[in-house]
Design a binder for this molecule. Structure first.
Ligand code: FES
Ligand SMILES: [Fe+2]
Length: 347
């Protein structure tokens, strides 16, 4: 199941360098992203209309991309602008273009009807441009269905086991956390608190905690403002204001998880890690490295899950008590899928 009429963060700005085409299949459609010499990003079909050569194998010249095979050229709107040694360019030579927006160092693409794409609905990710945060980003190609990745981010009890050596451990703390799930029909929010708990290794390395902490984890998913999940987490020394909004003195991390389906069983997973850990001290790099290892642990688990699902795809999952937020996210996505198919049926 794919949802097309939404903005997807398919890459970070640094993933699409100037004058180097980047191929990404999204929802089974081959797309090539390219940044011309004006710096503007474009996304068009990765297939030359002449004889199907992938344009990602071609060359960027100014703001057009030139097919590597016989030199036919296309601009960022998908218009064929030149056929060598031929004056007339037939309309059938044009290719599909996709609305694309660069905002807060992320490349957003709209895979649905172009006239429904409204860039003003894309939410801010201000941590990527604020001096208060140090941040970096990574890209993983994960061989799993995109909804497993959404499940994984809402299912934070897995930290106790999969991430025992990084951000997790302490199963009792995770399974007994004070947990609230809110679903308003458009957005799912998960808020977890772990007061007076033992900080995990990455928090100690990031902030140097010597005693227990008041810890929080807050996940927000609002597809109408972009297909990303924002996870705001961190900890303060016990009873120093973490739950009254006074967190700047503590350890704060913010992940932006961009979940973009490639196929039914593979996903482009771009993610950022932002932290208030001291810039320039090297501590922020320690946090980034630990998160890289953490998300690699997720990738391994997700691919193993998908492997078993592939061998018996119709076998249902059995729910457990800690699945509350996962169930709400699935409910939201099912609702959005129904709305999208009803709209298509009515057209
Ligand atoms: S296949 Fe692209 S120019 Fe011929
Ligand atoms: Fe995880």
């Amino acid at each position: 199941m794919f949802l097309r009429n939404y903005w997807y963060a398919a890459a970070f700005s640094g993933d699409i360098p100037e004058l180097k085409p980047v191929a990404r299949t999204i929802m089974n459609e081959p797309v090539v992203f390219f940044r011309g010499s004006s710096g503007r990003i474009s996304a068009v079909e990765d297939r030359c209309s002449h004889r199907a050569m992938p344009l990602s194998a071609g060359h960027i010249d100014g703001d057009v991309i030139r097919c590597a095979y016989h030199g036919v050229e296309f601009d960022g709107q998908g218009r064929c602008t030149r056929i060598p040694n031929q004056d007339r360019v037939p309309a059938s030579a044009h290719i599909r273009t996709y609305p694309v927006v660069e905002k807060d160092s992320m490349i957003w693409i709209w895979m649905g009807a172009a006239d429904a794409a409204d860039p003003s609905t894309i939410r801010d990710n201000e941590e990527h441009r604020s001096d208060d945060w140090s941040w970096t980003h990574f890209y993983f190609h994960v061989k799993c269905n995109w909804q497993l990745l959404v499940d994984n981010i809402f299912d934070l009890t897995h930290l106790a086991y999969i991430h025992a050596n990084t951000i997790g451990g302490n199963p009792n703390t995770h399974f007994t956390a004070d947990t609230k799930v809110n679903f308003d029909g458009e957005r799912v929010q998960l808020n977890r608190r772990m007061p007076n708990s033992v900080p995990p290794k990455s928090y100690v390395d990031g902030k140097g905690f010597t005693g227990n902490v008041d810890r929080w984890q807050e996940v927000e998913y609002h597809p109408a403002s972009g297909m990303i999940l924002r996870v705001n987490a961190g900890a303060c020394d016990v009873d120093t204001g973490a739950y009254e909004g006074k967190r700047d003195h503590g350890f704060k991390i913010l992940n932006v998880h961009c979940v973009t389906p490639e196929t039914e069983t593979s996903t482009h997973y771009s993610w950022s890690i932002c932290t208030n850990a001291d810039k320039g001290s090297g501590v922020d790099k320690v946090v980034f490295d630990q998160f890289y290892d953490t998300i690699r642990e997720d990738e391994d688990a997700l691919e193993l899950q998908q492997m078993r699902i592939n061998s018996d795809p119709d076998r249902p999952f059995v729910g457990i008590a800690s699945d509350g937020a996962v169930n709400m996210a699935r409910k939201l996505l099912d609702k959005l899928a129904r709305a999208e198919s009803d709209k298509i049926a009515a057209e």
